[in-house]
Design a protein around this ligand. Sequence first.
Ligand code: BGC
Length: 353
Amino acid sequence: MSAYQVESFGTTPEGVEVELYTLTNAGEVEVRITNYGGIITHLRVPDRDGELADVVLGYDSLSAYLEDSPYLGAIVGRYGNRIGAGRFLLDGVEYKLATNNGDNHLHGGLKGFDKVVWGAEPYSGDGETGLRLTYVSADGEEGYPGRLTATVTYILTNENELVIEYSAETDKPTVVNLTHHSYFNLAGHDAGDILGHELALAASRFTPVDAGLIPTGELRHLAGSPMDFRTSTPIGSRIEDPDEQLEFGGGYDHNFVLDDHDGSLRIAARVYEPGSGRVMEVYTTEPAIQFYSGNFLDGSNVGKDDAPYEHRSGFCLETQHFPDSPNQPHFPSTVLRPGERYESTTIYKFSIQ
Ligand code: BGC
């Protein structure tokens, strides 16, 4: 039986009560989500022997998320990843955004969608259980034009899929790029580095970056480079190769352009963890995926069960439009206008091999 439960997760410094929701499916998969930042705090999935492990990095308490979180498990918005120099032109008007990553704007700014309390209501589909989150971002918030109403629905299916449906509407032209920032470790959130995980990406090109991790504008073929994950390859096998792109990212922190993108739901990534046999597939309607190998983790964030999250102890696969698209007219557009509806779906599907 699928189930849905709610409990208190504490109170923000502004006195807003925050909840923790637990969704369970018929196959014992359990996901916990808080409406603070829409954060997935726990995700328990079976290994090849049926043993459950929690495969996402996270904290035990709301206060730990409030204090310092590298976007662990969060919804990222209004714009996922970087906008160069924190500015862009739209219809001839320049907008200046909050800068929170050197001179650049990262993941929605100082107080992005990962740091706000979302409205929450249960969602129930076809024997499935879910949570619908809503947030209204004011006109001018973090520098963005337009009042944006965003909805994110998490659905846990009995096929061990975590479905994430995003939608948004605006009252003035704006830019939108919503994504999800779980750090996965399929051996368990406290199992050490992710370098032995085998990754395949449905991408023949990526968008190279400069030293500030802003795309140069090029769409580069990745054949023959350490970026080539067209066939399944351990994450760690080339991560220390001498390569300018890996140096800039301190490892993998790149936007992979998905092949044959047509807006339909397609497989973007597959990850296999040999020790446990766990497999995660990522399907998306988005044109790209950011593969981030947890390079900025350094043990200073102490997670659930007192696990120190060391260098590369989790990886992110963030489905998205390309970073800095508002400044790169040849990238797929991220502009949303009044009367239009932004819609995007991503599925993280768990199985064993
Ligand atoms: C970005 C990294 C960034 C990290 C923040 C990732 O999505 O690509 O550059 O440091 O998020 O935790």
